[in-house]
Every structure is written in structure tokens, then in C-alpha cells.
Design a protein. Structure first.
Length: 436
């Protein structure tokens, strides 16, 4: 082939390649912490969005667990290579908010892209947690869960019990009957700080920390050593002494104690439902979290766990437009309903909940809507959630102090007083860092 002919052919191929590049989809990196079956579901959602249009391509990348994913995102931002979307667990919310220039509020992303975005479409207790004091939604609710109560119907029948206990005094009464019927463990719990202090406080419309649990400023301080909190931990301590309450671990370890039939009652995440359904060899029920009937305003609402999607700062306009398109896609009732039914996480919009209800899913899966019922009410300043800096470290402190109570090494008031004092040191450090 002569050089001129080769040059002409090369030029033509190059021209076609450049034309293809010009019309290539804008890639949008999405770093997340979903693993196993949840990772598969995330990939499925991304593939559905990518197939629905040709302008943008969502690229989901698993970065390990929640802690690892958040650390990777922060490190990448400092190095100038952060993803467009970063999944962060709820306890990292205050840290993300305080990172100057690191994020672009979701409401601003949607507005700039011209996408329809109604914050009122989201379940109040979910949207409220990720919304600033100015009413601006900061991150996109993705996988939200809350605390619920599970019970072994077979064990209950053996003890002559029918319905789930509605109050904590009833939980103690039921425990005695279960123990008398030969049940080795009446009750256990996951995530003791989240269930028994954070969500417990909101459920009783009382503060976990000042400044409306941190929503009012970084100078918030812990107050969960009130008479109500001391009373509750004292009751749990009494249940430990009587052999009713079996402590299984700081995170989700106790879930197995329930689904293997060891413990008859269990408080944990609503997102545990699918796993319990898969493993339990007995009939079980799901009910609302118990409360103390003598507390005015109880029950109010529980608070969310799980994570949200943060849009990182410093990206090109075309990337932000793609992110907005993707969030509009995620907000569709069909997508949210499918995610809710497949994973056990909350449907974050009212429309998705109504669609799921209409489909008959709740009729076929009794208890699957308990988590939503606990959160569809309007929140108060005391029940909106807990938004504190260094909350991961504070939870570790709470775990240490409560473990001392269960082991008989500390009395409830002394343990809660110590947890508050030690936790406030963490808040002071965070406040100092936020000012710098």
C-alpha cells in the first residue's frame, strides 16, 4: 500500500475514533460499601440506569465496608481523585458536612441540572436527617434502615404468649414467662448504642445530645445520662442478672442468636429481615420498638441507620448533570420499591411505600412495613436523628461502658455518666477541628 493511501485510510479510522469519543457516555464513579448480594443489587441498578439512556454511565465500585469506603473517599478527595458519588454511613454525616468544599449539596445538584426534585416526596424522618438547618437536602437517602422488634412466635406459643410486647415493662414480664417455659435466652440486641440510647431517645421524644442532637451546631454535648436513660439501662441490667438478656456483641453478632432459635426476642435493624427470613426455622413476627408508657410523647419515631449518597465537590458540570439524572432515576417508585423488597431497607419515598403496599407485598410478608410505620410521622426537634462529630468513637465508648454494666463491673448511672464525659471529649475535639 502506498504511503498516501495508507495515510488517507489512517486518517479516516482516526476520524471515526474521535467521533466515537466525542459521543462517548460521561462516566460517573460511584464508590459504595454494599457487599455480597447487596453489591449485586447495586450493579443491577447501575446497569438499568445505563441501559435507560446513552449520555451517562454509572460505574459502581465497592470500596470495602462503611469505614473503609468513607476513608477511601476522603483520601481520594485530598489527592484530587474523588468519585462523583460516595456512599457514607449515617454516623459520618457530621464529618461530611464539616469538610469544607468536599461536597456539593444534592438539592443544589438537582436544581442546577434542572431536574424535578421535591424533598417532601421523601419520608420525613429520612429526609430530615440529611437536611440542613436551612432546609437544604445535603445528601441523597439510599439505603436507610431503622430499629425494630423481632419475636419467635413458636417460643411465644410455648410460653402461652400471643402478641408482641408493646412496652418495656411487658418485655420484662414476657421474659419471665419465656424463662419459665424453658427458653434459655429471652432477649438479645444488636447495635446497643443505636437501639438503646440513640433510637430509644427519639422514640421517647427526649434528647440524646444538646443542640437538638447536634443539628443545632458543633457545640452539642451528650445528655443521655438522664433519669429515663438510667432507668432503662437499670432494667436491662436486671434482665442480665435474671438470665433474661444475653449480650452478643457490639454490632450485628446477636442477630444469629435470634434466627438460630437461642433468643426469643431481638431488637435490631429492619434490614435484618431478609437474613432472618432466610435462616430462621421457626415462625417469627416483626413489631414496633417497645416504649415506656409513662413517658409523655412516646412513642414518637425511630431514627435511621444505613447510608446516603454524597456528591463530591470539584467535578465538571456534565458529571453533576449525570449525577442528577441518576438520582432522579433512583427516586422512581418502581426502583425504590424493588430495592426495599429485595433488601429490607426502607423505601425512602412515600410513593414507593404506597406502590409496595398496593402490590400486596406487605400482606404476603407481615411485619415488613413496621419500619415504615415507625418513621412516616412528622419528626420533632428531639426525634430528627443524631448528627454528631466523632460518633463512631462515641459509640465505641458507649459499648465499653455498657459492657461494664452487663459484666457487673459498673452501675448504670456511673457507666452513663462516664460515657457522657468521655464522649463529650470527642465532641470537643471535633468542634475544635471544625473551627480550624
Amino acid at each position: 500500500m502506498s504511503f498516501p493511501r495508507f495515510a488517507m485510510k489512517f486518517a479516516a479510522v482516526a476520524s471515526l475514533a474521535l467521533a466515537g469519543t466525542a459521543h462517548a457516555a460521561v462516566e460517573i464513579q460511584w464508590w459504595h460499601a454494599m457487599q455480597g448480594a447487596l453489591n449485586d443489587k447495586v450493579n443491577e441498578i447501575a446497569n438499568k440506569f445505563n441501559a435507560s439512556q446513552s449520555e451517562y454511565k454509572i460505574v459502581p465500585v465497592n470500596k470495602g465496608n462503611y469505614d473503609e469506603t468513607m476513608a477511601a473517599g476522603i483520601a481520594a478527595f485530598r489527592a484530587g481523585g474523588a468519585p462523583a458519588i460516595l456512599q457514607v454511613f449515617e454516623v459520618g454525616t457530621a464529618t461530611m458536612m464539616s469538610a469544607k468544599g468536599a461536597i456539593k449539596p444534592v438539592s443544589a445538584v438537582m436544581k442546577d441540572a434542572g431536574e424535578k426534585f421535591d424533598q417532601k416526596a421523601y419520608i420525613p424522618a429520612v429526609a430530615g436527617y440529611y437536611t440542613s438547618s436551612k432546609g437544604e437536602m445535603l445528601s441523597f437517602p439510599f439505603n436507610s434502615s431503622t430499629t425494630v422488634f423481632y419475636y419467635n412466635k413458636d417460643a411465644f406459643k410455648k410460653a402461652g404468649l400471643n402478641d408482641a410486647p408493646k412496652t418495656w415493662p411487658e418485655v420484662m414480664q414476657y421474659s419471665a414467662k419465656l424463662k419459665a417455659a424453658g427458653v434459655n435466652c429471652a432477649y438479645t440486641t444488636d447495635w446497643q448504642s443505636w437501639v438503646h440510647l440513640e433510637s430509644f431517645s427519639a422514640w421517647h421524644n427526649t434528647l440524646f445530645a444538646s443542640k437538638n442532637n447536634g443539628f443545632g451546631g458543633t457545640d452539642a454535648r451528650l445528655v443521655f445520662n438522664s433519669p429515663l436513660h438510667v432507668k432503662h439501662v437499670t432494667n436491662l441490667q436486671d434482665m442480665v442478672k435474671k438470665g433474661y438478656f444475653s449480650y452478643g456483641g457490639r454490632k450485628a453478632e446477636s442477630q444469629a442468636k435470634f434466627y438460630n432459635g437461642e433468643c426469643a426476642m431481638f431488637t435490631g435493624s429492619s434490614a435484618s429481615l431478609a437474613n432472618i427470613r432466610k435462616n430462621a426455622k421457626f415462625q417469627f413476627g416483626v413489631s414496633q420498638l417497645p416504649y415506656y408508657p409513662d413517658v409523655q410523647g412516646a412513642p414518637q419515631n425511630t431514627i435511621i441507620g444505613g447510608a446516603s449518597l454524597w456528591v463530591m465537590g470539584g467535578k465538571k458540570a456534565e458529571e453533576y448533570k449525570g449525577v442528577a439524572k441518576f438520582f432522579t432515576f433512583l427516586s422512581q417508585p418502581e426502583i425504590q420499591s424493588d430495592w426495599h423488597q429485595a433488601t429490607g431497607y426502607l423505601p425512602v419515598t412515600t410513593a414507593a411505600y404506597e406502590l409496595t403496599k398496593k402490590s400486596g407485598y406487605y400482606d404476603k410478608n407481615p411485619g415488613a412495613d413496621v419500619s415504615v410505620q415507625q418513621m412516616v410521622v412528622k419528626t420533632t426537634e428531639k426525634s430528627r436523628g443524631v448528627r454528631l462529630g466523632n460518633l463512631v468513637q462515641i459509640r465505641t465508648i458507649v459499648d465499653e461502658e455498657l459492657e461494664a454494666v452487663w459484666a457487673g463491673k459498673k452501675e448504670p448511672k456511673a457507666a452513663l455518666d462516664a460515657a457522657v464525659a468521655r464522649g463529650n471529649e470527642q465532641l470537643e475535639r471535633f468542634q475544635k477541628t471544625a473551627r480550624e
